[in-house]
Design a protein around this ligand. Structure first.
Ligand code: ADP
Ligand code: MG
Ligand code: MG
Length: 893
C-alpha cells in the first residue's frame, strides 16, 4: 500500500486520502505556488494505526524514502547539527475541524542543532525561541503535559526579566527557559525530551494520529455530523520562519469577506511571529492591508496568489501564509467557511463574474442556510450589551424576562409575559417551562444536550453551554463576570430582568434588543424585492433556478384559510395535509363532547348536524385560498378522548363534589365516558380509520362538509381540487369500508347540488403493514401520502411525544443515532418502508400520486431521499416551504 504521497503527487480531489490540508497543499504545489516542500501520510495509515494500535509495517520505510528526498531537495538533513532541516508535523482531516487536532512545529531541533540553526540564521535568539516552542508544543501534544506548566514558566521568566512580552525575552532568557522546559518534561512525562530528530518526528506523527480521538474532536464530529471513522492525514512540511525578525511574519487571509461575501483585502498579519501566535492572540495583529507598507513585494505577490486561488477554486478561499525575510510562503488554503448570507451572495457574485453557472450556485447554498436567513433577527443597528456567548443550539431571536424554573415560566407566560428560561442544564421536568418560554438559555451542555435537542425539536430559540454564566437557581440570580482582564465587574441578573438571546450566533445580551423581520422572510411573505438588497436579490435568483430545476412539487401542511393563503405566497402548490382535528376544538369542543356522550343515534345525529355547517365553512375558505390547486383533507385522526377533559382532573372534581354531598350528573356521565374511552396506548388505539369504522356518521359528516363546500365553490366559479384522505389505514378492507361511505355521501351531494363533483379518495401510509401491503391498498386508494411521523413511531416503536425528553439526548450523546429519526428520515428503516410502499403502490396503480406529509417534508436530507425514490411531492409547514423548494431543486443536481 502507498501510505505516503509527495506534495507533487496529490491534488485537491484527494481529500479522502490526503485530508483537506494535504490535498490543497498538493494542489497549490502543482499550481506552481510557493509551498515549502513536504509530503503527506495518508488517512489510511491513520486508520490502520488506530485499528491495530501500531503503524503499518511499510510506513517507516516509505517515510524514510520521502524524508531523504525532502532532505535532498533542501540540501540538509533533518536535525543536522550544523544546518538542520526542521519540519512541521501537521494534522489534516478530510473535513476541516478547526483547532480540534494537533500540529507540532520545529521538529528536528535538539541541544546540538539549535546551535547550527543559530549560526545559519545569524540569530541566537531566533534559534532558542524556536527550540523552546518545540519543547512546549511537543510536551503538550505528544507527551500529554498540561500546557499551563509551560505557560507558568514563561510568565515566571518574563517577570524575572522584568518584561511584558514574549518578544522581549533575550537569547539568554530563552536559553534558560529551554532548560526549565526540559525539566518540566522530566517532571511531568517521566522522560527526557527526545533528542533524536527522527524519533521526534515519529512520535509527533503518532500523536497526530491519536489526536483524531481526543474528546473534543469526537464531540466536534458528532455535532458537525462528520463520520468518526475517517481518520486524519499527517503533513510533514519543511519549516519556514516568520519569527526571523521584523522582515518576517505570519498571517491569515480571505479572498472575500466571509461575513458579507464582498471582495477585498481581509485578513490579519503579525510581524516576527510563528503561525500559532496569530490564533493564540498573544500579540495584536495588524490588518492585512498594512502589509503593503511593510513589505510591498510580498503583499503584491500575495494578492496575485489570492486571485489565482479564487479563479482556480472558483470560490472564497482562506489562506495561511508566512514571510521569511521577505520571501512569501503559502502554508494552507481551503474553500472557506462563510455565513448563510455570504453563501448566497458569493454564489451569485461568482455567477455574475462568469466563474460558475447557476447549477453550481444552487449546489453551494443549503436549505439550512436559507432557514437561518428567514428567522427574525436582532436589529443590527440597535445598541446592545453582550454579556456572554454560548452555543448556537437552535436559531432565532428571543427577548424575555429571566425565569429560573419551569413553574415560574408557565405562570408568567400565562399572564402574558415573555420569558426566557435560564437553567444550568435542562431535564425532562423542564419541558412545560421550555414550551412556555420564548427562549432557553443554559450554562452547560453542548449542541446535543437536552435543552438543545428539545428546543430544536420545538423550533424554539436556544443558546446552550454559555459557560461564563453562573446560574444560581436557589438565589434566583444569574451572575456573569465581564470586562477587560484585571478590570472585571460582576453583573447580576435577577428573576424578572430582561435579556435577549440570539440562537443563530449564540450571543446573550442584557436588556431588550429590538427584533426585526428578516428581509428574506419579508421577501417570501410579500414578494418584496428591493434591488439594493443584494442578499434578497441573490435568494430570489437562486430560488427561481431551484424551482425551474426541481421535479417534485411542494405542498403545505395547513388547516386554516389564512395559513393556506400564506403558504401559497411562499410557493406552495397545494395542501398536502389539512388536519381536521383543530376544527373540533375551541367553542366547538362542547358539540364534540355531546357527540361523544350521546346515548341515542338521534342525539348523535343532531350533534353531527350542528357540526356540519361549521366544518363546511372551514373548507370553503381553504378551497378558495387554494383555488385550482390540490387540497388533501385528512378525516379525523386523533383518539376521541383528546377532546374530553383530563381523566385525573375530572376524577378529582367528582370526588370533591361527592365529599360535599353534591351530585353532579353531567360530570359523572362525562367521567364514565372518559373511563370508557381511556386507553393505555392511545397512539395505537381508537383513532384514524378505526373511528370511521366504529362511529357511524362521523366520517360521512366530514365528507359531506368537504363535498358541499366543493360544490359551493364550483357554483361560485372556483376550481376546488379535492383529495379526501383516510388516516391510519393498515389494511385495504378498512379503507374500503370508509370509501363506500364517502361514495354514498358523494352521490347524495351530487344529486342535491346538481354539481358534477370530482374528487379523489386516498390514504395515508403510516403503518408498516400499510407499506408492506401497499399493492392491495392501491387497488382501492387513488393516492398515497406517507405519514412519516407515525411511520417513524410505529417502525421504531418510539412514542414521539415522550422519547425526546426521555432518552433521545442520551441516544444522541452516545452516537446511537446522529440525528433524531423524527427530524431526518431514517433511510434504511423507515425510508425503506416508504420506498416499498411507493413501489408496490405504483406497480398496482399506474401513475398513483405519491406524497409525503410528515415533518420530514421540510427537512433537507429527507427531501433528497424522497426525490431519489420518486415521490411526486413533499408537504411541510408553511415556513419550511422555501427550504423544501430549494432542496427539491438541489436534489436534482
Ligand atoms: P491548524 O490546522 O490548527 O491551523 P496547522 O497545521 O495549519 O494547524 O499549523 C498551525 C500553525 O503553524 C499555522 O499557523 C501554520 O501556518 C503554521 N505552520 C504549519 N507548518 C508550518 C511550516 N512548515 N512552517 C511555518 N509555519 C507552519
Ligand atoms: Mg491551519
Ligand atoms: Mg398520523
Amino acid at each position: 500500500t502507498k501510505y505516503v504521497y509527495d506534495f507533487a503527487d496529490g491534488n485537491k480531489d484527494m481529500k479522502d486520502l490526503l485530508g483537506g490540508k494535504g490535498a490543497n497543499l498538493a494542489e497549490m504545489t502543482n499550481l506552481g505556488l510557493p509551498v515549502p516542500p513536504g509530503f503527506t501520510i495518508t488517512t489510511e495509515a491513520c486508520r490502520a494505526y488506530l485499528r491495530d494500535g501500531r503503524q503499518p509495517d511499510e510506513l517507516a520505510e516509505q517515510v524514510s524514502e520521502h524524508l531523504s528526498a525532502l532532505e535532498q531537495t533542501m540540501g540538509k538533513r533533518l536535525g543536522q547539527s550544523d544546518d538542520p532541516l526542521l519540519v512541521s508535523v501537521r494534522s489534516g482531516a478530510k473535513f476541516s475541524m478547526p483547532g480540534m487536532m494537533e500540529t507540532v512545529l520545529n521538529v528536528g531541533l535538539n541541544d546540538e542543532s539549535v546551535h547550527g540553526l543559530a549560526e545559519q540564521a545569524g540569530s541566537g535568539r531566533f534559534a532558542w525561541d524556536s527550540y523552546r516552542r518545540l519543547i512546549q508544543m511537543f510536551g503538550k501534544t505528544v507527551l500529554g503535559i498540561d500546557g499551563d506548566h509551560f505557560e507558568d514558566a514563561i510568565d515566571a521568566a518574563k517577570s524575572a526579566a522584568g518584561v511584558e512580552n514574549d518578544v522581549d525575552l533575550t537569547e539568554e532568557h530563552l536559553r534558560a527557559l529551554v532548560e526549565t522546559f526540559k525539566q518540566v518534561v522530566r517532571d511531568h512525562a517521566d522522560r527526557d525530551f527526545p533528542q533524536e530528530p527522527r524519533e521526534q518526528m515519529d512520535m509527533a506523527v503518532h500523536a497526530v494520529f491519536d489526536s483524531w480521538n481526543t474528546e473534543r474532536a469526537v464531540l466536534y464530529r458528532r455535532q458537525e455530523r462528520i463520520p468518526s471513522d475517517l481518520g486524519t492525514a499527517v503533513n510533514i512540511v519543511a519549516m519556514v520562519f516568520g519569527n526571523l525578525g521584523m522582515d518576517s511574519g505570519t498571517g491569515v487571509a480571505f479572498t472575500r469577506d466571509p461575513a458579507s461575501g464582498a471582495q477585498g483585502i481581509y485578513g490579519d498579519y503579525l510581524q516576527n511571529a510563528q503561525g500559532e501566535d496569530v490564533v493564540a492572540g498573544i500579540r495584536n495583529t495588524v490588518p492585512l492591508a498594512d502589509l503593503e507598507k511593510l513589505d510591498k513585494k510580498s503583499y503584491d505577490e500575495l494578492l496575485g496568489i489570492m486571485q489565482t486561488l479564487e479563479e482556480h477554486y472558483l470560490d472564497l478561499c482562506d489562506i495561511e501564509f508566512t514571510i521569511e525575510r521577505g520571501k512569501l510562503w503559502m502554508l494552507q488554503t481551503r474553500v472557506g467557511k462563510r455565513t448563510a448570507g455570504a453563501a448566497f451572495r458569493i454564489a451569485l457574485q461568482l455567477v455574475d463574474q462568469g466563474l460558475i453557472d447557476m447549477d453550481e450556485a444552487l449546489s453551494r447554498v443549503t436549505g439550512a442556510q436559507l432557514a437561518q436567513l428567514m428567522f427574525p433577527q436582532f436589529d443590527a443597528k440597535a445598541k446592545r450589551k453582550k454579556i456572554a456567548k454560548g452555543m448556537n443550539a437552535s436559531p432565532g431571536a428571543a427577548v424575555g424576562k429571566v425565569v429560573f424554573d419551569s413553574y415560574t415560566a408557565v405562570k408568567w407566560s400565562r399572564s402574558g409575559e415573555d420569558v426566557i428560561l435560564v437553567r444550568r442544564e435542562t431535564n425532562p421536568d423542564d419541558l412545560n417551562g421550555m414550551i412556555a418560554a420564548k427562549g432557553i438559555l443554559t450554562s452547560r451542555g453542548g449542541k446535543t444536550s437536552h435543552a438543545a435537542v428539545v428546543a430544536r425539536g420545538m423550533g424554539k430559540t436556544c443558546v446552550c453551554g454559555a459557560e461564563a454564566l453562573d446560574v444560581n437557581t436557589k438565589q434566583r440570580v444569574l451572575r456573569v463576570r465581564q470586562g477587560p482582564h484585571g478590570h472585571e465587574e460582576t453583573i447580576e441578573i435577577h428573576e424578572g430582568d430582561v435579556i435577549s438571546i440570539d440562537g443563530t450566533s449564540g450571543d446573550v445580551f442584557l436588556g431588550e434588543v429590538p427584533v426585526v423581520d428578516s428581509p428574506v422572510a419579508r421577501y417570501f411573505e410579500d414578494g418584496t424585492l428591493s434591488e439594493d438588497d443584494d442578499l434578497v436579490v441573490a435568494v430570489d435568483r437562486i430560488m427561481r433556478h431551484a424551482d425551474g430545476a426541481r421535479r417534485m412539487a411542494v405542498r403545505a401542511n395547513v388547516d386554516t384559510a389564512e395559513d393556506a393563503a400564506r403558504a401559497r405566497r411562499y410557493g406552495a402548490q397545494g395542501i398536502g395535509l389539512c388536519r381536521t382535528e383543530h376544527m373540533f376544538l375551541g367553542e366547538r369542543r362542547e358539540l364534540v363532547e355531546r357527540l361523544i356522550l350521546a346515548d341515542t343515534d338521534a342525539e348523535s345525529e343532531k350533534m353531527l348536524a350542528e357540526l356540519l355547517p361549521l366544518q363546511r365553512e372551514d373548507f370553503i375558505g381553504i378551497f378558495e385560498a387554494m383555488d385550482g390547486l390540490p387540497v388533501t383533507i385528512r378525516l379525523l385522526d386523533p383518539p376521541l378522548h383528546e377532546f374530553l377533559p383530563n381523566i385525573t382532573d375530572l376524577s378529582v372534581r367528582v370526588a370533591v363534589a361527592e365529599a360535599r354531598g353534591e351530585k353532579r350528573e353531567n360530570d359523572l356521565r362525562m367521567l364514565q365516558a372518559v373511563h370508557k374511552l381511556h386507553e393505555q396506548n392511545p397512539m395505537l388505539g381508537l383513532r384514524g380509520v378505526r373511528l370511521g369504522v366504529v362511529i357511524p356518521g362521523l366520517f360521512q359528516m366530514q365528507s359531506r362538509a368537504i363535498l358541499e363546500a366543493a360544490a359551493q365553490r364550483i357554483k361560485a366559479g372556483g376550481v376546488p381540487r379535492v383529495e379526501i384522505m383516510v388516516p391510519l389505514v393498515a389494511n385495504v378492507q378498512e379503507f374500503e369500508t370508509v370509501k363506500h361511505d364517502i361514495a354514498d355521501v358523494a352521490a347524495e351531494v351530487r344529486a342535491e347540488t346538481g354539481t358534477h363533483l370530482e374528487f379523489l379518495v386516498g390514504t395515508m401510509i403510516e403503518l408498516p403493514r400499510a407499506a408492506l401491503t401497499a399493492d392491495q391498498i392501491a387497488e382501492s386508494a387513488e393516492f398515497f401520502s406517507f405519514g412519516t411521523n407515525d411511520l417513524t413511531q410505529t417502525t421504531w416503536g418510539f412514542s414521539r411525544d415522550d422519547v425526546e425528553a426521555a432518552f433521545f439526548s442520551a441516544y444522541l450523546e452516545k452516537g446511537i443515532f446522529g440525528i433524531s429519526p423524527f427530524e431526518t428520515i431514517d433511510a434504511p428503516g423507515v425510508g425503506e418502508l416508504v420506498r416499498i410502499g411507493a413501489e408496490k403502490g405504483r406497480a398496482r396503480r399506474d401513475g398513483l400520486k405519491l406524497g409525503i406529509c410528515g415533518e420530514h417534508g421540510g427537512d433537507p436530507d429527507s427531501v433528497h431521499f424522497f426525490e431519489k425514490i420518486g415521490l411526486d411531492y413533499v408537504s411541510c409547514s408553511p415556513f419550511r416551504i422555501p427550504v423544501a423548494r430549494l432542496e427539491a431543486g438541489r436534489s436534482m443536481l
